[in-house]
Every structure is written in C-alpha cells, then in structure tokens.
Design a protein around this ligand. Structure first.
Ligand code: ARG
Ligand code: ZN
Length: 883
C-alpha cells in the first residue's frame, strides 16, 4: 500500500473490540450561552461506575473544545488530575458515583464541518449523529450511554427569539441586557447523538395531531419567514405518517410536542433528534411553483422516515455504530412501505430497485464494499451508505417476505416491547422476529455479515410427459475486500409461472398435496438446489424474483419472445417493468459492441413496435408506463460491462432514444397532446402520472432537435404552472445547441435567483448536460455568486451532479473531469470533510475502466493521498481505493 503521510495513521475501530462502557451517565444538565463570536457550554453530569471492583480511568470524548474548568463533586480539579488531548479528556481517579461539571468554549460561527453546534443563515443548530456531540462538550459520546437531558439556552432575545431543544419546555423568561432563556427537559433517556438545539429567528407554523389513544400532540414547524408559504406539504405528510405508524405498526407518538426545523446548510437529508427533527430545507419546503413532483415525494418520504425513527431508532436505539442498519435499514423499509401505500406500489418498488441496483450494487462491487453490519471503520460517517441504508432495508423486506405480514408484525411488536429504552444490535432484531415466529433464522443472519451482491444462475426444464417443471438454482457471491469466500445465504425467491394466456399456474412442489395459485416464495438455502413443480400442463413462462424479493443479480436465459410476453402479461407489475428493462439492456449492450467495432447501429424493429404498443395501451397507471418507456440509466448499463466504456454507453443510449423518437414521432406527439392538462393544477397520483408520461414523450421528441419541437418545449417551459413541467422542459433545452438554451437558462435564473433551492436545480441541470462544453460550464459556475463551497446542497447540486450523474462528461478521456474533482475534494476537505469524502467516492469504481482512465483516476487519488493534513474521512476512502 501507498505511504500516506497524514493524518498520523488514523485508527481503525473494530466491532470485535466492543466493550460495555465503564461508566454511565444518568442525567445531563446543559447550559448554553450563545454569543456572536463564541458560545460557552456548562455541563453537569451525574456519573456512576459500572463495575464496583475495578476503577478504570474515565475517558470522555471531546473535539475542537476549549476547556475552561472542571469540577468533581464541587471541587475544582487540578491539572494533574486529568489529561487532555485533541480527542479526549481523561480523569485518572473518580469515585463510584459523582457529579462532574465541565465548562467549555466553542465557536459555532466558524464551524464549517456542520457537525456539532454551528450556524446556518444566522441561526444556531446542531447535528450530533454520529459523533457531533463531542464537539459541543466532553462526554461519553457513544449510543449505548443513555441519559436524561435538561437543556437551558440563553441568547439575545431580538436575534434569537426562538430557543429549542428536545422534550418539553419547562421554563422560560427574560434576563437583563436583552437576553432571554428557555429550559427544556426530555423525559426519555437518549444517546447523545439524538441531542438537538436550535436558536434563531424563525417563523412557526402550528398544527395538531390526536393520537389513537386521544392524546393531543402539538406539531410545530419552523422555517425562515420567507418560506412560510412552502410548509403545507411537509405538515400534511407528517400527519399521514403519524396515523400510518399507528395503523400499520401500532406505534404511537410519545411526547406532547413534535418539532421540525428546516435549515439550509446540512450534511445529509435530515435528523431524527428526539422531539426536535432538524431537516435539510430541501426535504421540507415545497410549493407547486418551486418543487417538482419528485421533490414532493422525497419530502413525504424523508418526513416519514425521521418520524418513524422515533420508535425504530430512538425508543430502541443502536448499541454501537456497527449496528447502524438496525435503525436505518428498518426505518428505510418502513418509509418505503409508507410511500408505497400513498400511491402506486409498483412504481415505488421500481424506483427503489432502480436506485439500489444502480448505486448499491456498484458500492458492493468496489473497494468500499462492506457488510450491512460492517466489521470496522476509520470514520463512521463514511458508513452512512447505500449498503447500510438500502441493502439494510432489503434485508428487512426479505424478513417480511419470509414471515408474511402478520408474522412480521408479531415480530416487530415483540422487538419494540422487549427492547424499549435499550441500545441493541441487529442480532437482537432478528432474534425478536425469530422468537415471535418460532423460526430458525441462523443462516439468514449471514446477510448482515457478508458483503457483495449474490448471483443466482437459474436453468429450467419442462418435461411434457411427466408434466413437471424444474428450476435449478445455483447461488454464488463474488469476493469483496477481506471476504474471499462466501457461504450460501437464505434467500426468499418469489416466483410465478405463467400459462400461455398469461395466467398464473397453480404451483405444487414435489411432496405437497395442494397447489398454491399466484406468487409463492421459494426459500433458497443451498449452493445448488432444484425445485420441481407438478401438474404443469404446458411449458410456462417463468416470472422469477417477483417484486425483487431479494437484492441479488439474476441470470436466466429467457428468449426474447418470453420477455415480450412477460412485459405484456405478468401479474407482477414489477416484473413487467423488469422484462422491458432486460430487453433494453440486452439491445443496448449488443449495440455497444457494434459501436465499439465501428459497425453501423440498427435498432431492432420488434423493440420499436413494443414501445409503440405500450404508448398506445390503456394502462391507467401512467407513471408506470413512463417507467417502462425509460431506458436503463448509463450507470446501470455500466454494471453489465467488464470494462466500462462510458462513451459507447452514452452514444448508444442516445442513438436508441433518437431512433425511437424518429420511428414513433407521431405517436409521441399525439400522446403529448392527448395528455395536455385539463383543469387546475393538482398533485395527486393520477396527475403526477400524467405529467410524468407527458414529459417522457417530450423528452423523446426533443431527441429529434427540430425547431417546432424546440419551440413547443420552450412553450411548456414558459407557460407551465408548476416546477415539474418547467424542469422537464429545461432539462431537455440544456442539451441543445440552439438559442433556446441560453434564453431559457437566463429566464429561469432571473426568475428564481432569490430561491436557493430552485437555483440548486439550475446548477444541476447544467452539470448534467450532454453538451461537450459541460465541464467548462461547470467550472465557470463554481465562480458564480450563488455557488458556495460551504453549502453542501450547492456542492452536491453542481460538483456532485457532474461527477456522479454525468458519466459521459466526467469520464472525458482527457482526465479533465477527474482533475476538476480532485481540485474540489482538496478545496473542500479542510472545510467539510464529510462532504469531501462523499465527493471523492466518485472515484470508487476506477478499476472498472480502461487503462487510460484508470491511470488518470489513480493519479488523482494519489495526489489527494499525498496531500498533508487530509481528514480521516477522505483518507479512509482514498486509502481503500489504493489498497
Ligand atoms: N439519522 C439520519 C437519518 O438517516 C442521518 C444522519 C447522519 N448524519 C451524519 N452526519 N452521519 O435520517
Ligand atoms: Zn434514518
């Protein structure tokens, strides 16, 4: 491995080293004096030792803190009684029970890491997960130390009229010199990562929710006052989520008040602090003129996600950060279920699977591959990953398939009941489900410890004489870092067999007396096994892995006609879509080869006809139709290539879109017209589906680059009454050479320059443009006054979008795109290591590319590795890439 100068060999934390804490903290009394330059924090901790026999030193975590004083049971401690270093404070001798009072000074206004206490738009806020609390005061900053918190906040009344923390407001009042204070008390013991504080000038919107047991919960949402008119959707989503969790999981809210605060500067999506969620404003603020249908869906999902954490995360929390998926995987599954119930379940599943296969599969095949319950980390913030979240959710979904809805609910009831108020492990979760269902999930547990995407190779055989149909299934899993050999997994494979009419055949396995009609779940456990179905009257079309019942890659040699048949007839709507995707993948990969060999490209006419038929079909779920018409993404296609060729993928995919548009121009145009809006703007599943399909048609038509279509697109851009239609038009206009592009971009900017979230879209669309000059334009935009390196949304909108969402331009063979990313990783790292580490991750798949690109990407990784003082966040990603 490469010699890396800094930081002084960061430490690796291993799961196997977990030890229960030596000391517990029962209560925490915090006192904040928020100032314009500095903040002082007084903390009074009631601490008790775990073991009576030993008296180990007390080691508190602390980072970027100025220690002002320490007192133990009222006695000021002398310098020789403790030792301070940059990451901890050690007290050599402490009694069995004692009170510790610590005073520290911090500088929130200068805190660009957005971890701990910082300011955003002039307001104070916190982010403590995973290890931000130690940047506020010295503490046992680990999730298995749960304490009761009381928080007093003192600040200038004019500047910071709103003072919030977790729990209930128990006192407030005025002080002299224009200051006021508020005192909050949280009755529930919690880990430090759920602590939150907000102080500022914010507009409050109030609502109320009555729980099923009749308790009234005040719902308060805080936004900057110019965003008052964008709060309705988030509030309505919250109430739906609260009702849903009562109905589906029997979970009621437990405090008298639930607060949500929106801030503009935030490292991630949102944070589930007890009773006081803090959100990236992107996941709160919406009105039809500024937010797209996708934004609306995301808001609903994230609001629900954070709310659901109150039980799956807060009431039952994680023992250590290796267990992160305990709360995240389960909560993502819950929010996916919730969103599926709000609209089209098939469309929701398609979106989630698309996301998983595009990004999580890639992560699982690269240098950062790790199990859902990782074994080690250098920087825990690097493990808020697609694997922990999305694959973690797939594991919970598989349990749902294996147990069935009722068994699953019995399991979660037992889990919440058994572990309420505790900090537990993923194993405790599985155990509760197991115990409630009298079931053996020992083999299933491997899903948590084994990394990599399993592969299923399936062959089938029909025996007409015996009327039997046999599926032979072989499972393997490729090696991942540190895991050369894999053991077989317990996999639920949902299947159906279709007769020639497209009806599901009754399925009876050897040894069974009755048949099951409809989808049935096969349980795979062996490396190789066979399932024999009896009384199968004719050769069926196999519909396998229905609704994507397991996060695996499936290899099955279907004939094209079978895929066309499934696309038309499968009862499982997810698999209808999947059949179409498989056809498209096969066609595109074939053309990629032709392209690489310089052969002329010709699009299969059966495919064109099918697309035409789908357009003409009377399928009522128009969002579903739009998804069928969407070709697989360039990233997803790349997953199928031994050596990724981003140009060939891009050119071929564009060629197919153009060919479809040419061949079916009239149909696309007619559909576009037929789907013209009637009546006022509405945002319901039907209208959203209509917009989606109509904009899909527009997208295809714009491939033709004809003046009439361009002006139609500009027309939509100018006259739409909602952001969905505006963005759909603008995202096509940014690709073209004609004058419409410049006009539209300028118009958009002039209109929305005051709205930071809308300007993020403006940055992103330009970063995603197919045009050859995109990198130059992106570089120019980094100097635009609206671009701020300290604002993560801006960084993601421009640099993130370019490097992760525009493979054709990012992977320019000159290496200019790589150099640009390298520059910005190094610029950002000293300010915000968490976001810098996300950016540098765009290089993770570097070994999947050709020699030239590999060398160019490697050179950037080495350059970053050699830079003195890089953060451990970036160090971990870069060193794992170069290992
Ligand atoms: N628990 C939050 C969520 O999933 C994520 C916060 C993580 N933040 C971080 N800086 N690692 O909703
Ligand atoms: Zn979460």
């Amino acid at each position: 491995m490469l010699e890396i100068e800094s930081p002084a060999s960061p430490q690796t934390i291993d799961l196997k080293d977990y030890k229960i804490p030596d000391y517990y903290i029962e209560t925490v009394d915090l006192h904040f004096e928020l100032g314009e330059k500095q903040t002082t924090v007084r903390s009074r901790l009631a601490i008790s030792r775990y073991s009576e026999a030993k008296a180990p030193p007390l080691v508190l975590n602390g980072e970027a803190l100025e220690l002002l004083s320490i007192q133990l049971d009222g006695q000021v401690l002398d310098k020789k009684d403790y030792q301070q270093n940059p990451e901890s404070l050690t007290l050599f001798q402490v009694p069995e029970r004692f009170t510790l009072e610590i005073e520290t000074r911090i500088y929130p206004q200068d805190n660009t890491t957005l971890s701990g206490l910082y300011t955003s738009g002039g307001n104070f806020c916190t982010q403590c997960e995973a290890e931000g609390f130690r940047r506020i005061t010295y503490f046992l900053d680990r999730p298995d130390v749960m304490a009761r918190y009381t928080t007093t906040i003192v600040a200038d009344k004019k500047k910071y009229p709103v003072l919030l923390s977790n729990g209930n407001l128990v006192a407030q009042g005025e002080e002299d010199n224009g200051h006021h204070f508020a005192k909050w008390q949280d009755p529930f013991p919690k880990p430090s990562y759920l602590f939150a504080l907000v102080a500022g000038d914010l507009a409050r919107i109030e609502d109320e929710f009555v729980t099923r047991s009749g308790r009234k919960v005040a719902l308060h949402m805080y936004v900057q006052s110019h965003n008052r008119d964008k709060r309705e959707h988030a509030m309505a989503s919250l109430k739906r989520a609260m009702a849903w969790d009562e109905q589906v999981y029997g979970r009621e809210y437990d405090l008298d008040i639930y607060m949500i605060v929106a801030v503009d500067d935030f490292n991630m999506g949102a944070m589930e602090n007890k009773g006081l969620n803090i959100f990236n404003s992107k996941y709160v603020l919406a009105k039809p003129e500024t937010a797209t249908d996708t934004d609306y869906e995301n808001i609903e999902g994230v609001i629900a996600h954070e709310y659901f954490h109150n039980w799956s995360g807060n009431r039952v929390t994680c023992r250590d950060w290796f267990q992160l998926s305990l709360k995240e995987g389960f909560t993502v599954f819950r929010d996916q279920q919730f969103s599926a119930d709000q609209g089209s379940p098939a469309v929701k599943r398609i979106q989630d699977v698309n996301h998983l296969r595009t990004y999580q599969f890639r992560e699982d095949a690269g240098p950062m591959a790790h199990p859902v319950r990782p074994e080690s980390y250098v920087e825990v913030n690097n493990f808020y990953t697609m694997t922990v979240y999305e694959k973690g959710a797939e594991i919970v979904r598989m349990l749902y398939h294996l147990l069935g809805p009722e068994g699953f609910r019995q399991g979660t009831d037992l889990y919440f009941d058994r572990h309420d108020g505790q900090a537990v492990t993923t194993d405790d979760f599985v155990k509760a489900l197991e115990d409630a269902n009298a079931l053996d999930l020992s083999q299933f547990r491997r899903w948590y410890s084994q990394a990599g995407t399993p592969e299923l190779r399936i062959s089938r055989a029909y025996d007409a004489e015996k009327s039997t149909y046999t599926l032979k299934i072989k499972q393997t899993c490729p090696p991942t870092p540190g895991q050369p050999h894999k053991a077989p997994l317990h996999i639920p494979l949902a299947i159906g067999l279709l007769d020639s009419q497209g009806e599901d055949l009754p399925l009876r396995l050897a040894g069974e007396t009755t048949a099951v009609t409809g989808t049935r779940v096969l349980e795979l456990r062996q490396e190789e096994e066979a399932f024999v179905f009896h009384d199968i009257p004719c050769e069926p079309a196999p519909s396998l892995l229905r609704s994507f019942s397991a996060p695996v890659k499936l290899y099955l040699d279907l004939r094209d006609e079978e895929r066309y048949f499934l696309l038309a007839h499968d009862k499982d709507r997810f698999n209808r879509w999947e059949a179409g995707q498989q056809l498209a993948v096969k066609i595109i990969l074939g053309l990629v080869k032709d392209y690489q060999q310089g052969k002329p490209l010709v699009l299969d006419s059966a495919f064109i006809e099918t697309v035409g038929r789908i357009l003409e079909s009377d399928e009522p779920d128009q969002a579903f139709v739009a998804h069928i018409l969407a070709l697989p993404s360039e990233h997803y296609l790349a997953e199928f290539m031994a050596v990724i060729d981003p140009d060939a993928i891009h050119e071929t995919r564009c060629f197919i879109r153009r060919s479809l548009a040419k061949a079916l121009q009239e149909l696309f145009a007619a559909t576009y017209q037929a789907l013209t809006k009637t009546g006022a703007y509405r945002r319901d599943p039907k209208e959203m589906g209509r917009r989606k399909l109509r904009n899909t048609c527009l997208g295809y038509l714009m491939e033709l680059d004809e003046p009439d279509i361009r002006s139609q697109c500009l027309q939509q851009f100018n006259h739409a009454d909602n952001m969905t239609d505006v963005i759909a038009a603008l995202s096509r206009l940014v690709d073209i050479e004609g004058p419409e592009r410049k006009i539209a971009l300028q118009t958009f900017y002039d209109k929305w320059q005051e709205d930071s979230l809308v300007i993020d879209k403006w940055f992103t669309l330009q970063a995603l443009s197919r045009r050859q000059d995109t990198l130059a334009r992106v570089q120019e935009l980094t100097h635009h006054p609206a671009f701020k390196l300290t604002n993560p949304n801006k960084v993601r909108a421009l640099i993130g979008a370019f490097s992760q969402g525009n493979p054709a331009r990012f992977h320019d063979p000159s290496g200019k795109g790589y150099g640009f990313l390298g520059d910005y990783v190094l610029k950002l790292d000293p300010l915000n290591p968490q976001v810098a580490a996300r950016l540098v991750s765009a290089f993770n798949p570097w070994q999947r590319y050709d020699q030239n690109r590999q060398e160019l990407m490697k050179a950037q990784l080495e350059r970053i590795a050699k830079t003195p003082q890089i953060s451990k966040d970036v160090y971990e990603i870069v060193s794992k890439n170069l290992a």
